[in-house]
Ligand binder design. Sequence first.
Ligand SMILES: [Zn+2]
Length: 407
Amino acid sequence: MRIDRKRLERSMDDLGRIGETPRGGLTRLALTDDDRRGRDWMVAHMREAGLRVTVDQMGNIFGERAGAEALPPVLMGSHVDSVPTGGKYDGQLGVLCGLETIRALNDHRIRTRRPVTLVIFTNEEGARFQPAMIASGVMAGKIALEDAYNTRDADGIRLADELERIGYLGSEPCVARPFRAYLELHIEQGPILEEEGLSVGVVEGIVAISWSRLTIHGVQDHAGPTPMRIRHDALVAAAQVVTGVRRIAHEIGGDLVTTVGRLTVSPNIVNAIPGKVALSIDMRDPKNETLDRALPLVDRVVRDACEREGVRYELEHYWRVPFTPFAPDVVGAVERAAKAGGVRYRRILSGAGHDAQYMAAIGPAGMIFVPSRGGRSHCEEEFTPMDDIENGANTLFLVALELAEQA
Ligand SMILES: [Zn+2]
C-alpha cells in the first residue's frame, strides 16, 4: 500500500501558489489574508476527504477521520504559516503529507481502529507574532491563552483580533486532549540526510536550547574629534562577544552550535561612536550538560570583552528548554515504517524547535524528517526532491496506520 505521489505533488503546487513569491518561494505570514486563503484551501480539501473539521480558540484546525472505536486518535500535523520570503516546504509539506495519508486511507478503504486526525497549528514560525509555536504552547498549557491573545505584531495588531478577522477564532477549547501519538513530517533544515544520501530521518528528539540577551552600554560620542584613547565603544565590545561566542563552540566541540543572530546598534549612524548595543546569544546541543558548561563561558567572554573596552553591560540568560526526547515507542514505530517501506533512513536529532516539542509534553510524539537541499531552509531556495518526499509521506502513512490499529 502506498500514497499517491502525483496527487501529493499536485496539492503541493496548488497550496504553494497561495503567497508565492516571484522567485518561487513563499511569504505566508500567520493570520494574514494569504494565511486565511491557505487555511481555506486546506479546510475545503479536508472536507472533501470526508474529515470532520473543527477549529479551536487558537485557530488550530482539526480534521478527524473517524475510527471504528472511540479511542484517542493518532494526530498528524504541522503548520501552513511561513517566514517572509521563506520556502514551500517548511510546514506546508507536513500538513500535505498528512492530508495525503488521509486520502490514501480512503483509497484503500481502510477503517482504522482509532480516529486519525490532521492538525494545522497557528503561528508556528513566530515570524509575525512571538513566541514561535504559540498555539501548540497554549495547547500544552505552557502559554496562557490570554497572553497568546494579547500578543501583538510589529504594527501593534493583536493576535486575537487577527484570528477573528480571518474567520479562524474557533470555539473548541485549546487544551491538552488525549492522543495515541502526534506525528509530524518536516524538512530537516540541515545537511545530514542529503550528505548521506538518505530519504528519511527518524527523529529521536529536539536539542536543548538556551537564549541570552546582552545589552552593552558604552559612551556615545562624535566619530571625528574623539581620540581613540578615550573611547568606550559598545560595538567594539560586542564584536569581541560575537567572535568569543563562536570560539566557545570550537572549544567545547561536539554538536554544540552558538549564534549571535541579532544585533541592535545605537544610534547606528556613520559619524557617532556606538553608545549602546543589544545582542542575542542562541546556543544548542543535544545534551543539557553541554549548555551548563557553555553558559559560564559566555559570562566570561562578555565580562572580558566589556572590561577591555571599559563599558557596562547587562547579561540575562532568559530562556532555556531542555532536550526533548520523543516517545521511544513512536520513534520505534516510525523506524519500522521506514524499514517496511524500503526507505533509506537514519536516526537523527532536530536542531530546530517544532510544534512536536510542545506536543511531546502532553503525549507520545515523534517526527519524520526529509532532506533539505544544501541544508537550507527559511529561504526561497528551500527544496526537497520528490523521491524523498514520496518516501517520507509513505513512512508517515505506514506509521499512522500501524498506530491507528493499536488497541
Ligand atoms: Zn516548520
